[in-house]
Design a protein around this ligand. Sequence first.
Ligand code: SF4
Length: 282
Amino acid sequence: MTTTTHINSKGKKSLNMVSNPTLPDSDAQFRRVRKMIEDLHAEIMAEPLRMVLQLSTNEKTGLSVNVPISTCTPTALCMRYCYTLQGRTWMPSSLAVQMRNQRLFDYLATASDDVVRTVAYDIAAQCRKKKTKMLRWNGVGDLSVGACRVINMLLAIDPELTLWVISRRADMIVRLDDAANLRLQISLDPTTPVKVEATLRSLAHNYRKAAVRYAFTRTAESDVANGPINTTFNYHKSDDRAWFGVDPTACPASVPVDKGGIGHKGACASCQRCFAPREASF
Ligand code: SF4
């Protein structure tokens, strides 16, 4: 691999480079964040239950629904390298937002349809207010029973709103309705167990109207997916991006800019590959 570090006049690393970010060699940060979630739990549960989902804003993807990583079924690689363990998503204020959202989903797992509908209408209104027609689900975290109920309601009440849902959980994905405004992105990586991958790949057959796509996290040149992949996320740490050669499936926001990549800001709005309609050839 070519490794070149450019330092600009302000002493900051430039995005225009082939970089060699170092993969964490342990899951220490994952365990630290999980402990922070446990420590915050009593405080969040002592608050009055809020019946409104709090959406987060991400400069790359736009509006997103985030829940804590305690909802995840992490692979060995997830626990060493999850992009949500970088940046601000693990700060206490962000964790509190994620935990309030999950507390609401836990309540909605058994609430009446009317209550689920009210929450879904409010999410649709929040998206309209922000003038967005796409909402990313699980910017942090994964699906739960309550979240699946809200997603299904939202798919039905607002067909103009595209839901880009990212998941690794086959047990939850099977709860999602087949709707033309669902873009389901199933995440895989080199440490996804073979049986789990086989189950996840079989789920695509359940969907006739929704678009189902597979994403793969690549952290080394030797990482090769076991089957077709629509989007490959190359290992990157903030703006430091690894280069593994030309790959037409590579997310452009994970490719060094001098190799054809794009900056993070507004990247998904300009690319749209992950939430393009089913008819798009990805
Ligand atoms: S492939 Fe495109 S839409 Fe998907 S995450 Fe990357 S920039 Fe966003």
